[in-house]
Design a protein around this ligand. Structure first.
Ligand code: F6R
Length: 247
């Protein structure tokens, strides 16, 4: 394990609260250094506490998002942002509606796009026009996916239409009512815009993530564990709670 060699890469916090507070602080410091920062954002259970802390800082400490730009990692193909299980809806409820981001600066992949391929190309072009992502916040799937870049023999650099792994659809079956109802495809930010982010924070909590965190920092790179690629990034920090900390 490379953790000793890369002591700066892995930070372990006592619990989920500590993890979220520290992650939110990193994002706040980025915004204070550069008010017009470009942020890459995930959905999921992991970042919920981070968003709550950022909202608190906005309300109580005047953390300002008015000049910031955001790009979300993914969206289910076929779901509109109004759909209760869409990622657009998640972001609206848990973050966007509670901070002072300008609507024009929020970028979400449109799961209902007439032409999803064009949607993906335009999304990448918008990231380029914004000057690339300053700070990318990532979660990690139990199978090592980042965004919806699922384990595969090769990974796609550009933002693309991705097929969800069976294991991922199993995990979301509860939310959707059954595995069959979980969309089979999603629009997923590609590995390249993720990788070109100037700084990457990957957050994980809970014992279900312990194994994959150990594997992604094993010193080996494998497209069957997409997060392992991040070891090649020069400015990665993995933030975990004690339960997700590898041996
Ligand atoms: C979602 C995303 C996914 C999640 C991952 C972990 O936008 O990027 O890669 O980060 O599936 O999800 P949670 O946090 O729910 O365990």
């Amino acid at each position: 394990m490379m953790i000793d060699d890369n002591a700066q890469i892995l930070r372990i916090y006592k619990d989920y609260n500590g993890l979220c507070t520290a992650t939110a602080k990193e994002i706040a410091e980025q915004l204070q250094r550069k008010t017009d920062s470009v942020l890459g954002l995930p959905t999921g259970k992991t970042p919920m506490g981070v968003y709550q802390e950022l909202i608190r800082m906005h309300r109580e400490e005047d953390l300002d998002f008015s000049k910031a730009t955001t790009f979300n990692l993914d969206e289910y193909l076929g779901l509109s942002p109004q759909h209760a299980l869409s990622y657009g809806h998640f972001m609206e409820v848990h973050f966007f509606s509670q901070v002072n981001l300008q609507r024009k600066n929020i970028h979400l992949l449109n799961g209902m796009a007439d032409n999803p391929e064009v949607e993906c190309r335009e999304f990448d072009a918008a990231i380029e026009r914004a000057g690339g992502i300053d700070l990318m916040l990532l979660g990690i799937g139990r199978n090592g996916h980042i965004g919806f870049n699922e384990p595969q023999s090769s990974l796609t650099l550009a933002t693309h239409v991705a097929r969800l792994d069976d294991s991922t659809r199993d995990l979301y079956a509860g939310e959707f009512g059954s595995r069959e109802k979980v969309p089979e495809q999603a629009l997923a930010m590609g590995v390249l815009p993720i990788f070109k982010s100037r700084r990457i924070l990957l957050a994980a909590n809970g014992s279900a993530k312990k194994k994959v965190i150990g594997e992604m920092l094993s010193g080996k790179v494998d497209t069957l564990l997409p997060a392992s690629l991040l070891q090649l990034h020069g400015n990665l920090t993995v933030l975990v709670d004690a339960e997700a900390a590898p041996e």
